[in-house]
Design a protein around this ligand. Sequence first.
Ligand code: UP5
Ligand code: MG
Length: 204
Amino acid sequence: MTTATTSQPAFSPDQVSVVFVLGGPGAGKGTQCEKLVKDYSFVHLSAGDLLRAEQNRKGSQYGELISNHIKEGLIVPQEITLALLRNAISENLKVNKYKFLIDGFPRKMDQAVSFERDIVESKFVLFFDCPEDVMLQRLLERGKTSGRSDDNIESIKKRFKTFEGTSMPVIDYFETKSKVVRIRCDKSVEDVYKEVQDAIRDRL
Ligand code: UP5
Ligand code: MG
């Protein structure tokens, strides 16, 4: 008789601590992560930043694919992002860093399931909840200087559509597991950060 083998995550949440940081484009994920890194011993891994670095890496076979997906506001196939995150986690573990803020990931259900099945189960999810008009203003403002290929009105609209249709179901899924810490972020950076600190105090 054959028995089905169930795959185990590479790490237990006791060894490696992962907090997912989710929210719409321009909600302030990166801004708040930077502040958390200063005050707590987290490593900040932005999936978008990892993808942009891979896109610009000389000799990358994925450069063009990543570039097209980002401009169109589409989700890059999960294998690429998972490999980048797995590598970044491994590199940090070598230097005894075990606490991660994973920013902008998972943004599609397959990524959420694969990451928690193969790498490690998340501790909780910080969800930055922000009205679309506020995010739009922030991104258009940032677009004046950011040089990001997706900070223009056409790409921003596509990013919003992907967020609503593809990424919100991930938040809903984590809600069913009571893992979501929801933060309103249409207020100043400092006020948002106070709410973040209050909300995570009991969870760390
Ligand atoms: N700002 C921030 N907070 C503010 C506040 N409280 N008050 C006033 N201004 C505030 O902030 C955005 C701007 O707003 C900044 O100018 C900031 O100063 C200001 P930021 O902190 O950068 O917001 P963030 O939520 O990080 O916005 P970002 O644009 O990075 O979000 P996205 O989720 O769209 O971008 P990301 O880099 O994560 O992904 C880009 C693309 O990569 C995706 O669209 C997708 O194509 C691809 N991708 C994948 O395919 N797979 C992944 O797993 C991840 C990404
Ligand atoms: Mg960001």
